[in-house]
Design a protein around this ligand. Structure first.
Ligand SMILES: Nc1ncnc2c1ncn2[C@@H]1O[C@H](COP(=O)(O)OP(=O)(O)OP(=O)(O)O)[C@@H](O)[C@H]1O
Ligand SMILES: [Mg+2]
Length: 330
């Protein structure tokens, strides 16, 4: 990892969960990572491990669910977002940090033409523009995200657009404030494979062109390999391994990371069967003692049942939370 690049976002020892303060069920515990300026950071892990909770806690968007940050800091632009109230956060949300969600259909208003929806956001971010200027800006944004015939599509209803185009409209909305950080929570899961590739390529290109940083959530390590610079692997509410994509792919130190890599089709010898990870990840509130991965880990030893491993560096920019991280297990 090139440490010369300053972090745009620093999440430090974040403990957060759902419910009332004091009685909340922690969904993420001790989460620490950095997104560097102009870089794409990939957050991966199986369903329910806390990826969305991590993303949403940054701008505290939980659609009304009671949510508490019990401990930790979220440093962005010299501010601690974890210490801000809702009113202060509105200055950051959709202005300096934008988020795009998994499902492009539900995120758009079905009763409003797409150009008007993008226009509404443009108006909010750039006060004092005339209608013609707003329109011009919207068409420019639609073009920027690769929508052809943007003038015509300005008037389209969401249901007239394909999934890929709808996701592009959402990306255009997210970009209208020229965010420093874009959080993309599984932005392509609802799309078919070729459209997925186009949308990811677009995000990649935009970070080069606009210099924005991206926090990209995915359960697909192939996507991480292709589109991310740095990454973290989450399991049961904790980050078990983090570092540059190159380091982790070349030298995974956590058995869970190793298992995820083994399940990647490209890494599998055609004569061998894909090796699924036995068992299921535990839900929040049902985490086992010791290392949370130990019930599914074929390398677990006595210590793993009792003692929770701390995350420690295995090289200057590669950290892992496993008691056996220094051993040659594979
Ligand atoms: N609104 C909520 N209220 C209560 N618990 C929640 C809420 N949202 C998530 N959780 C719980 O928090 C834990 C982490 O869920 P989260 O949605 O962050 O996982 P994820 O890694 O994003 O999974 P997926 O890949 O399925 O999107 C889960 O145990 C989940 O049940
Ligand atoms: Mg999620």
């Amino acid at each position: 990892m090139n440490v010369a690049l300053a972090p745009v976002l620093q999440v430090e020892n974040l403990h957060a969960g759902f419910g009332q303060a004091g009685r909340a069920q922690m969904a993420i515990e001790g989460v620490t990572f950095q997104v560097r300026k102009g870089r794409v950071f990939g957050l991966v892990g199986e369903s329910g491990c806390g990826k969305s909770t991590t993303c949403r806690s940054i701008i505290r968007l939980f659609g009304g669910s009671p949510f508490v940050i019990e401990q930790g800091q979220i440093l962005f632009d010299g501010m601690d977002l974890a210490a801000m109230d809702d009113r202060q956060l509105t200055q950051v949300r959709g202005r300096k940090i934008s988020m795009i969600f998994q499902d492009p259909m539900t995120a758009l208003n079905p009763t409003m033409r797409v150009g008007d929806q993008v226009g509404e956001i443009v108006r909010r971010n750039h006060t004092g523009l005339s209608s013609a200027q707003v329109r011009e800006k919207v068409v420019g944004l639609l073009r920027e995200v690769g929508i052809t015939s943007a003038e015509r599509r300005f008037h389209a209803w969401p249901h007239e657009l394909s999934g890929g185009l709808r996701q592009r409209v959402l990306i255009a909305m997210a970009l209208s404030c020229a965010p420093e950080l874009l959080i993309a929570d599984e932005p392509t899961t609802a799309l078919d494979v070729t459209i997925q590739a186009q949308v990811l390529r677009l995000l990649h290109e935009l970070r080069e062109r606009v210099g924005m940083s991206v926090l990209l959530v995915t359960h697909d390590l192939g996507v991480v390999a292709q589109h991310c610079d740095d990454m973290a692997v989450m399991y049961a509410g904790k980050i078990v391994e983090s570092g540059s994509v190159a380091d982790i792919f070349a030298n995974p130190r956590h058995p869970y990371t190793r298992a995820l890599l083994n399940a990647l089709p490209a890494n599998v010898d055609p004569h061998h069967k894909l090796e699924p990870i036995a068992g299921e990840p535990p839900a929040a509130g049902h985490f086992p003692a010791g290392c949370r991965f130990h019930p599914r880990c074929k390398f677990a030893i006595e210590r793993c049942h009792i003692e929770s491993p701390e995350s420690e560096n295995v090289s200057s920019a590669h950290a892992c939370a496993c008691h056996r991280k220094e051993e040659s297990l594979w």
